[in-house]
Design a protein around this ligand. Sequence first.
Ligand code: ASP
Length: 600
Amino acid sequence: MGFELDGMGTLRRTHGCGVLRADHIGEEVVVAGWVHRRRDHGGVIFIDLRDREGLVQVVFKPEDAAQAHERAGSIRNEWVVLVRGRVDARSDDTVNAELATGAIEVTADEVRVLNTATPPPFPIEDPCDAAENVRLEHRVHDLRRPSMQHNLRLRHRLAQSARRTLGELGFSEIETPMLARSTPEGARDVLVPSRLQPGEFYALPQSPQIMKQLFMVAGFDRYFQIARCFRDEDGRADRQLEFTQIDLELSFCGVEDVLEVLEEVTARGCLEAGGLEVERPFQRIRYADAMARYGIDRPDTRISLELVDLADVFAHSGFRAFRAAVDAGGIVKCLPIPDAGALSRSEIDRLEGFVKKELGGKGLAWIRINADGGWQSPIVKFLSENEKEAIAERTGAGPGHLLFFQADEAARANAILARLRVDLGNQLGRHDGRAYDLLFVVDFPVFERDEAGGLTYVHQPFVAPVDEDIPLLWEDPEKVRGTHYDVVMNGVELGSGSLRNHRSDVQRRILEVMGYDEAAMEERFGFMLRALDAGAPPHGGFAFGFDRWVMVLCGADNLRDVVAFPKTQRGQDLLMGAPSPVSREQLEELSLRVIRPRKD
Ligand code: ASP
C-alpha cells in the first residue's frame, strides 16, 4: 500500500494502554496497540489506542510534536502503532468517567506505524451487531472485542485454577491419545481413516473415560487432564462438535471423597476465574426430587416455582384428556404461578403455540383464578368438584394464580413444564435474586428405558451401582440405584461423574442387562474387562464440561462466545474453511472414495 512502515527500533513498550491511571501522571511512557478510533479536531488529533488491557486516549498537538502530528494524520482504524509520550491529566471538562483510563491522556512526542490494516469488517466494540457468520468468518476482528478478550482470559484463569487445585490435591496430569477407539458415551464418533491399515478407522475420543479408568488400574491413584473430546452431534447453543473437559479420576474413594474434590475445584474455580465466592457445602438434591419438583435434572432453584404432581387425582377422572395420559403410563403435572395477572390471554395463547410447535407438546391446559376466586379456564367444565378441590389444595392456588398443566409421557410433560417454569419465572419476577445457584444432583438410577423399551444406561455403562443394590442387578435391574452425581450451576450441567464398576462380574452383568451378548462385550469392551480383572481398585471420577463452565461464569448464552475458533451449528469453521474437500491423491493414499451426497 506504499506506506512507509516504522520499526520499533530501541523503543520498548513500558505499559499496557488500558492500565494507565492518574498515578502515572507526569511519567514518560511507551504504549502500543491498535488504533480504535481517530478524531481530527482541526489541529489537535486524538487517537484511542487499544490493547488487551483497554483503551487510552493519545493526543497529538501540532505545536508540541509537529512530526508526530503529521504522521497521525494519515493513520487509520486498526493500524498498529507505537506511541512515546507523557501521561497528562485531562482537563476537568474532558474527564471520561466511563473509561478506566478516562482521567488521563498520553500526549504524544513520537508515533511509529508498525503496520497498516485493512478496514475492519465491523466496529470492534460491544455489543457487536454483525451477524454471527460474519463474526466467525472474521474471527480475528471479533476476538479483538473486549468481551471476547474477557471471556478467553477468564477461560485461561479457570484452566489455571483447576490445574493448580488438582495438582495440590495430588492429581497427576496425564495425556491420553486422540487417535483412539470408539468410546461408550453413546454419541456418533468422529472418525479418522488410517493410511497404514487401509479400510480401518480411528475414533476421536468422546471422552477419555476408559483410558482414565485404566490409569487407576495402573496405580496412578489420581489423574486429571484438560481433554479435548469429540462428539458428532447436531449443533446446539450448548453443544460443539469438539469441546473440552476437565477430566478427573481417583482411586480408593467413595462418593463423598469425589464430591469433596469437586466442591474444592468448583469453588476455587468460580472464585479465581470469575471472582464469585460460593457458599459451601453445596446444596444437594436427589434426582427423583429434582424431576418431581422442577421437571429437570439440572434445576435452577433460584426460580421459586415448583411443579405439582396430580396423576393420582386424574387416575379415574371423567376428564378424558388427563385420564388417558395416566392410563398410558404418563403423568399429569401442574405449574402453579402466583400473582400471574400480568400474563394476558393472548400471551397464554402464544405460549400454547410455542409448546405445540417448539416443544412437541399436545397443548397447554390452564386455569386462572380470578380476584373474586372464580375459576376461568377452557377445561374447568370437565373437572369434578373433588378434582377442583384437590387441585386447589395441592397447588395452593388462590386469587391471582395461573395454573399450567401437562398430561403426557413423563419425559415430555416434564421437559415442557421445566421450560415454562424458567421462562415464566424470569418473566414474572419469580427469580430470588441470588447471583448463582450451585448444587449436586445425586442418586440417579443406573438404567432407564430406551425408546425400544429395553434398558439402557442413564449416564454411561461404567457407573457403579450403590453397593447394597448389586444383588438387584440380577433380580430387578430397573430398581438399581447408581452412584452417579452431577454438578449443576444456574440450571446448566457443569459436569457428571460416578463411581465405576471395578469388579468385572458387576460390569459384565450391567452390559448384559443392556443387551450385550458375550461376543459383543468382548469386541467392544474386552480390553477393559481384562483390565478390571488385572486388579482394579475401587475408583470414581468426574468430568467438567469446561466450555460450559466458562460460559456460565462469563454470563454468555452461547458456547461460541467462549471458544476461540468455534464451529457453526453445521460443523463448519468459517475462518479456515473446514471441512474442505481433499485431493484425489490424498483419498487414494487412504484407500477412500467419496460417494457424493445427492443434491436433493
Ligand atoms: N466420561 C464421562 C463423560 O464424558 C464423565 C465421567 O463420568 O467421568 O460424560
